[in-house]
Design a protein around this ligand. Sequence first.
Ligand SMILES: C[S@@+](CC[C@H](N)C(=O)[O-])C[C@H]1O[C@@H](n2cnc3c(N)ncnc32)[C@H](O)[C@@H]1O
Length: 324
Amino acid sequence: MSDTMHELHIPVMPGEVVRYLDCRGGGVYVDATLGDGGHAAAICRRLSPAGRLIGIDWDEAALQRAAARLAEFACRVELVHRSYTELESVLAELDCPRVDGILLDLGVSTLQVMDAARGFSFHREEALDMRMDRRLPLRAADLVNSLPAGELARLIYRFGEERWAGRIASGIVSFREKNGPVQTAGQLVEIIKEAVPAASRRKGGHPARRTFQALRIAVNRELENIASVLPQAARCLLPEGRLCVIAYHSLEDRIVKRFLKEQSRRCNCPPAIPCSCGGEGELELLTAKAVRPAAAEINRNPRSRSARLRAAKFKGVLKEKAGA
Ligand SMILES: C[S@@+](CC[C@H](N)C(=O)[O-])C[C@H]1O[C@@H](n2cnc3c(N)ncnc32)[C@H](O)[C@@H]1O
């Protein structure tokens, strides 16, 4: 299948991804956010039959689409239905604790947004769900209908960087008092439009974008997940192994940037104790600044516009892993 088929998610900066991962024929690569397998296909294309691709996603429907897309490749392909926060255990279970490259392409896929049953879109009248993995305990509707105004405002401000968070939270609470629970994306969009002053509604994209982003991040615990997977990924790389991360908004990118910067500093020991790391950071930063898609890619695939890619190389020596 072609990467540009409209019914599948179009991978962002696939050429840059395989270049930064430095894909080699017989290597082992992990796509920890497999999605529809677009990046995975670009990786598999560079692998020989001796190579191995391990794909992880917590969305079962995405895994099925990726399995069909990757069936044509000669390399070994293993797909795992888990959260990437379990990266180290997944790789240990596959008897492959260290690999040549790991990709994290954060956020949601186009098909997840387009699937009306998932409730990610503010363009359609659909139930407010937003769980990427249906086993997650809370839906967006549960947060919207149970949190007090103060907590809702904090959530929308923190995860959506929405300056009108307080007004939106008050609008939600008065809707609940008058009409009962907010059930659909359409109802929430109307509440937000009424809460945001007209002058602000006209600039900065759809007025509901930030609130929907905040709910999605909270439902899926996205920022905690990123903070949990990055150190695991660094520990799972072979010497010279590559980590490549694509973020789509500043909250994600800030965590990635800070982690890579800290891990590539000369010494990471706390200032109060003597240096025990030998004075070298374990990662070497390969991208001094975030890599952005070229204008032609943004024209072809407008969803790539906010993408920021960062990559690093593991330059440490192998230490025995506890329990490995
Ligand atoms: C932007 S899409 C990846 C698209 C993919 N690179 C492609 O080319 O088709 C992000 C994917 O990450 C998955 N995802 C998000 N958080 C996850 C987590 N904690 N564990 C596993 N998968 C996750 C989503 O379900 C989604 O399929």
